[in-house]
Design a protein around this ligand. Structure first.
Ligand code: AKG
Ligand code: FE2
Length: 225
């Protein structure tokens, strides 16, 4: 019965995710400015000084202008973002330039990318352990299928240094990354075979002292809409 049909990631989607995994992996591996963080069970890369200090400052001002309390999906285990979040104007020429820079680094078709999101965390705010990708068991799985489907790669930029706290932790691969202004962190939420990687679970740990600003860009299996 359709109502109780088991939802799974389709073969076509898994194939698309496997291909985008391969494309980005090959590109990043051959980029001397990209550092592969050595983890067997997760593809994760870092780029230092991806944004200049002036660019970070300008982005921080943009995030301050759009950030509102985070609308994470309620009722799922993905809830738990207490930071302020907002879509950055995708038509702003400055944002477009930075977006192109990220797309070009990754080698991904820009059509697959979601609009950049900005987040500001104040002391005590956090984004609890979650996946950026979707699970077929989640109530919004079908709605997301119509908006480009599964998420593949995440690119996240730190815009400032945080006095205390605010690391990005991947507990299943024993990784804790402190915010470094201008640095870009990139990871594949899928395994090389194109299926979701449980080791991509991560959290924005509570800020203890100071404020934390990040930009996040997610990519989909199909053009995002
Ligand atoms: O703020 C962080 O360190 C993590 C942010 C995050 O996981 C996200 O925006 O999906
Ligand atoms: Fe995340």
């Amino acid at each position: 019965m359709a109502l109780f049909a088991k939802k799974t990631q389709s073969t076509a989607e898994t194939n698309a995710l496997r291909r985008v995994g391969e494309t980005v992996r090959n590109r990043l591996q051959h980029d001397a400015g990209v550092y592969r963080i050595p983890r067997d069970e997760l593809e994760i890369f870092g780029v230092a000084d991806f944004f200049s200090k002036a660019e970070c400052d300008r982005l921080i001002a943009i995030v301050d202008a759009v950030a509102r309390p985070s609308p994470t999906y309620k009722g799922s285990d993905a809830t738990g973002r207490t930071s302020y979040t907002g879509d950055v104007d995708p038509f702003d020429p400055f944002v477009l330039m930075l977006q192109r820079r990220i797309d070009d680094l990754m080698g991904i078709d820009p059509a697959l990318g979601e609009t950049i999101q900005g987040q500001r965390y104040e002391p005590g705010q956090e984004f609890r352990g979650h996946y950026d990708h979707f699970l077929p068991s989640q109530p919004f799985w079908e709605a997301e299928q119509k908006r480009g489907g599964q998420r593949s790669w995440t690119a996240m930029a730190y815009l400032n240094a945080v006095e205390e706290g605010g690391t990005t932790d991947f507990p299943r691969v024993d990784l804790s990354i402190p915010p470094q202004p201008g640095a870009l962190l990139i990871w594949n939420n899928m395994k090389p075979d194109g299926t979701p990687n449980p080791n991509a679970m991560h959290a924005g740990m509570p800020v203890v002292k100071g404020v934390k600003y990040v930009l996040t860009k997610w990519y989909r299996a199909r053009p995002w809409q």
